[in-house]
Design a protein around this ligand. Structure first.
Ligand code: ACM
Length: 553
């Protein structure tokens, strides 16, 4: 009899146990309601939302239709109090402009916010309250209050080393939206391909968007064919390994038309994601130079769109700091700024080898004429001149940490990739900084010591990403305010297809989103691992490839 009662009580308590709530990034506060209460979405559920909230309403409608095959009615005028998902902007100011409150009970789910962004973030949470299997769409009774820790929550994608089409870029933006990220850094130009149509300079895409082969295997490669080194300055050392590079001879390329870019920008805006375009300068410019060689430092040189990785010092990919180059870049940036409403334009600035300016008589004359003592000052002169132009259009530049060399441009934001030093130096100079130290934040690195396909030969496992703290301890509270946020980067040298983007992104994007959104004191790796299991089921539902090896332990 005792046994029977025990069994009976266990069944009851199992039935009454709360539906598990597994949200990533972890919200600020979750209060669960009565175990017996739940809201069920069915074909009669209405979404109540006025026109200005249509982005969020449509997003929810599309999501439920796409993955659960139920088309909910959006009914702005409904006065129903039952079986509704209600989106409401409230005039009461919340603690944070992006804050939302989500309250769900037997009758309805209501999301309150004081901004459209806030409501959209509430929708992303609601999506994670819906079971990830195609069973009854049951939402537990809950009261959630939530807002982000950092204002810059970024993710990058390099489309130069490998090109990804518009359809996939939109999917990528959806992945960011699901994780409440708000900036997409689109790396549009590099040595290996120029990917944005510029009407004034058609050769940038006619020539610069295509390369005649890609390196085989891990740089510096295997084999000994197709080696085409140019005559190098004495100070540039070639290692025996470099002489082993061979390429596949397969033409690779593609670019986005201006119409496509506008479409993607609009798609992202509807998800409250700002796209920051990156136009690389003064280095990483081989594709540009293949199209317009007169902007380089070696008169008469024939450049090719690069086929091997690891360019610095070995290939001349640097622009001449001449008036002709500046006029060209200003015209390019004018078209870019017309396409991207972002306040911020990324102008690269990284890995500009000084050897090419050292050997160029014209570079040396430019330095003399402008009173520049060395090539680092020439780099600073270059970035400052570009900044002045971008500022004159009311916009702000972001550059990789090398823009600190020779003195930081007055209004620039620094993106710190070579560790945290650049970000720390910038914050100490009262400049905004975005942290993306490569050892933690480059998701093109392997997640495991042995991966079954090629990745950059470095290791950034999930736990290291999760434990990353963007605000360096050595900054004072006042300086720490300049740490705008952090960003994950995906460089695509070894990422040849969308499934591999997904594999490398997930679940490190989950970890990144929690660093950037959730309160620091809520970070808890074992709890994150538990929630990840539910997220993986959602990825299964959405047809997303992720690293399943995290399920092994
Ligand atoms: C970089 O990885 N060169 C920014």
């Amino acid at each position: 009899m005792k046994k029977f009662i025990f069994l009976f009580l266990s069944i009851i308590s199992f039935k009454l146990s709360a539906q598990e709530i597994n949200i990533i990034p972890q919200p600020v506060s979750i209060k669960t309601g009565k175990n017996t209460e739940k809201f069920i979405i069915d074909q009669n559920t209405e979404i109540i939302s006025n026109d200005s909230l249509s982005n969020s309403a449509l997003f929810l409608q599309n999501y439920i239709q796409q993955f659960y095959n139920i088309k909910l009615r959006i009914n702005p005028n409904s006065t129903n109090k039952k079986n509704v998902v209600k989106l409401e902007i409230i005039s009461r100011l919340l603690k944070n402009l992006n804050e939302y409150e989500l309250i769900s009970n037997n009758n309805q789910t209501i999301i309150y916010a004081c901004s459209e962004n806030g409501l959209f973030y509430g929708i992303q949470t609601l999506i994670q309250l819906i079971p990830e299997t195609k069973s009854q769409l049951q939402i537990p009774a809950v009261s959630i209050t939530d807002y982000p820790r950092f204002d810059y929550r970024g993710m990058h994608l390099d489309v130069s080393r490998h090109f990804f089409d518009v359809a996939f870029v939109k999917q990528y933006i959806d992945y960011l939206a699901l994780h409440k990220m708000n900036y997409f850094h689109w790396h549009l130009t590099d040595d290996h391909g120029w990917r944005i149509e510029i009407k004034k300079y058609p050769k940038l895409t006619e020539i610069g968007a295509w390369r005649n082969g890609s390196i085989i295997g891990l740089w510096p490669g295997q084999g000994n064919e197709h080696i085409k080194y140019q005559v190098l300055p004495a100070e540039v050392k070639i290692t025996p390994k470099d002489a082993l590079i061979k390429t596949d001879g397969i033409r690779h390329g593609g670019y986005y038309t201006q119409e496509q870019i506008k479409d993607v920008v609009d798609y992202a805006a509807k998800r409250y994601i700002t796209i920051i375009p990156e136009i690389e300068m003064p280095a990483h410019s081989m594709a540009l130079l293949a199209a317009y060689p007169e902007l380089g430092t070696e008169p008469g040189k024939k450049y090719e769109v690069a086929q091997t990785w690891g360019m610095m010092n070995k290939y001349n990919n640097v622009l001449q700091a001449s008036d002709t180059t500046f006029k060209f870049l200003e015209n390019v940036l004018t078209e870019v700024m017309a396409l991207f409403p972002s306040q911020y334009i990324h102008i690269g600035g990284d890995e500009a080898s000084k050897v090419w300016w050292k050997r160029s008589a014209v570079s040396q004359e430019i330095m003399k004429a402008n009173g520049l003592k060395n090539e680092s000052e020439l780099q600073s002169y270059f970035i400052r001149r570009i900044e002045k132009f971008v500022n004159s259009k009311g916009k702000t530049i972001i550059g990789w940490n090398e823009i600190l060399q020779g003195g930081l441009a007055p209004n620039a934001v620094v993106m710190s990739w070579q560790g945290e030093k650049g970000g720390i130096d910038a914050a100490k100079q009262n400049h905004k900084a975005i942290m993306t130290p490569e050892d933690k934040m480059y998701f093109n690195h392997g997640q495991f010591l042995k991966e079954d396909s090629l990745t950059a030969n470095k290791f950034s496992p999930l736990i290291d990403v999760y434990n990353y703290e963007p605000v360096p301890a050595e900054l004072s509270a006042e300086q720490a305010k300049y740490i705008w946020g952090a960003q994950g980067c995906l460089w695509s040298e070894y990422i040849t297809n969308p499934a591999k983007v997904q594999y490398l992104l997930f679940p490190r994007l989950d970890a990144l989103s929690e660093i950037l959104w959730s309160p620091k004191e809520k970070r808890n790796y074992p709890d994150f691992q538990k929630r990840l299991k539910t997220q993986f089921k959602r990825y299964d539902l959405m047809g997303i490839t992720y690293s399943k090896r995290y399920l092994e332990n």
